[in-house]
Design a protein around this ligand. Structure first.
Ligand SMILES: [Zn+2]
Length: 452
């Protein structure tokens, strides 16, 4: 008996000492909590619980009738196992729904029972997420190796911004809006090429954590504004000052790398659930439509208008600086659905410069079509995507009176099979078409006298 026992002990010691790969095997030997804790000391990262989407399916359903609308509204309220991308509203609508593995049989039966036209866009969402995590550059990537062929964690983005300010001290100023709920800085840059009396463009990005293409596009825009040799880009760059904040929800963004790739909100704790949808939290017609009062929902508008630290940082900065910086253009970057939208989201009523924004948006979308063939839809938020309230651009336009206000939904298309998990191959084409269309917006607004 004794001779059999010693090798097993030795094997266990070897397994524990050799760390990461063998962590799970060591854990399988664990019958007591203290033994498991030894394994955790070997590799703390392995003890972090990370959301998994194995066998999670993505369905695209088409609502044919009022009955279907009511059915999916009830299902969204009833089931934690179905995550809706938008809400069921009107017959004719298409809706993307993420269904966890344990619910797949039941859900599939339901859509057949109610004759709902549907398509399975993805059978195992985790595979897409696994591939996406392989496209993340190490956190230790030096600033001079920052690129747009991979996605970058928060620390690398901040590192890169800081480095830009050091390398181009006469043009780039690092701006810290202050700390987030969990104490992370909200860093961005101010680019000013030294021309007197020019207006400013404000770019807000990453307010929704899982939309990784947004920070990637914001950093691409910064790089192009600074480094492009193209005379047209250089002229547009110098015609404005630029205030660009790639990750205004740093807690959420960091959490998508270590906790849940599909996280959207900030990380504030409310009872049994976390997170406010910061793009439903702005103090302008707050919580009137297209937002939830339940902290467990993805579009929770918060306990009160402007309740969240991150919202307050943006609001305070813009209230203090929009006059002095002459901010005439406000851009927010999101994904997905390929849309270029302007206010409002809470009402079908048209903003006073609706016609200009409509035409400028259409020209911006045409610019993208000319470049890549991609179709972007343009219109007001209310008429283009779905009613919503408390969004930053509605506040920027309605409260701060910033006349040129657009919100992008970047790639992929609205029936995308990848949802927010856009392959890193698509960063450069997505960012470059978006940047070109932003140039169109600035040029067209200039022609119409908005910057005089
Ligand atoms: Zn978004």
């Amino acid at each position: 008996m004794l001779s059999g026992w010693i090798p097993l002990q030795l094997l266990l010691l070897v397994l524990l000492a050799s760390g990461r790969v063998l962590q799970s095997e060591a854990a399988s030997f664990c019958t007591k909590a203290d033994q498991c804790a030894v394994g955790e000391e070997v590799n703390p990262a392995a003890s972090v619980a990370q959301a998994r989407y194995d066998h999670t399916r993505i369905y695209l359903v088409q609502l044919a009738s009022e009955e279907h609308v009511r059915f999916f509204q009830a299902l969204e309220l009833a089931s934690d196992s179905c995550s809706f991308m938008g809400h069921a509203r009107v017959p004719g609508q298409k809706l993307t729904i993420m269904v966890t593995g344990s619910k797949v049989a039941d859900f599939d039966d339901l859509v057949h029972s109610y004759n709902v036209t549907h398509r399975v866009l993805n059978y195992n969402f985790q595979a897409l997420i696994d591939a996406n995590y392989l496209e993340v550059a190490p956190e230790t990537t030096p600033a001079d190796q920052f690129d747009w062929k991979r996605y970058h964690p928060l620390e690398s983005i901040y590192n890169w911004l800081e480095n830009l300010a050091k390398q181009h001290p006469s043009v780039v100023t690092l701006v810290d809006l202050g700390s987030s709920t969990q104490g992370l800085p909200i860093k961005g840059v101010r680019l000013a090429f030294g021309r007197e009396n020019v207006p400013s463009v404000f770019v807000e990005s990453g307010i929704h954590a899982r939309e990784w293409i947004a920070p990637a596009t914001a950093t691409y825009i910064i790089d192009q504004l600074l480094n492009s040799k193209d005379p047209e880009i250089r002229e547009v760059a110098r015609s404005q000052n630029w205030l660009i904040f790639p990750t205004v929800n740093p807690d959420g963004y960091r959490y998508t790398f270590v906790g849940d790739r599909m996280w959207r909100k900030n990380r504030a704790l409310f009872g049994i659930c976390r997170g406010v949808d910061l793009n439903r939290n702005f103090p302008f017609h707050w919580n009137v439509t297209g937002a939830s009062g339940d902290p467990c929902r993805y579009d929770y508008s918060g306990p009160s208008a402007g309740s969240e630290v991150e919202t307050q940082r943006i609001v305070q900065y813009l209230e203090q600086h929009s006059q002095a910086e002459k901010i005439k253009t406000f851009i927010s970057l999101h994904s997905y659905s390929q849309m270029i939208m302007f206010p409002y989201g809470h009402t079908p009523d048209r903003v006073e410069n609706y016609q200009d924004l409509k035409e400028i948006g259409q020209l911006a979308a045409q610019r993208i079509k000319d470049i890549s063939g991609r179709i972007y839809k343009s219109g007001s938020i209310y008429e283009t995507i779905y009613p919503s309230s408390g969004g930053s651009k509605d506040w920027a336009h309605g409260h701060l009176k910033i006349p040129i206000t657009f919100s992008y939904e970047l790639r992929g298309p609205s029936d995308s099979e990848d949802l927010f998990i856009l392959s890193a191959r698509e960063i450069e084409p997505t960012a470059s078409e978006a940047f070109a269309s932003l140039q169109t917006i600035v040029q067209e607004a200039g022609k119409r006298g908005y910057y005089n």
